[in-house]
Design a protein around this ligand. Sequence first.
Ligand code: 9YT
Length: 132
Amino acid sequence: MIVRTLDDCRKSGRKVDGETWNSVRLSLKDDNMGYSFHITTIYANTETPIHYKNHLETVYCVYGEGSILDKATGIEHPIKPGTVYMLNKHDDHILKAKSEMQMACVFNPPLNGKETHGPDGAYPLEAEAVTD
Ligand code: 9YT
């Protein structure tokens, strides 16, 4: 069994900072669960272009208000606490935060640890692992 707390992970190399977000990676590839699990904070009044070409992601909104613009359809879906979205088609999208949003995120395949978005909005398949 593996047990961790968000607070402990936040203080360790498991917290990764992007320009418009930070992500605390509670579970990563080396846990051998077949997925990774993160608590992500999206900063208020930001827009983040994302396109996970190498990963599937499920995202659940814990708190905050915003929207997700699906670039393929042009549809902008509101996000509020309790909303879940699943990027089952590696969907190219823009995540917009009106207020600070906390999201619980699952990635398949699991992240190694230190991934941040490349210029194409994707994470590479192999990135540096966390060493704590
Ligand atoms: C919701 C989303 O994809 N935000 C970007 C960060 C990502 N969730 C991560 O690395 O945890």
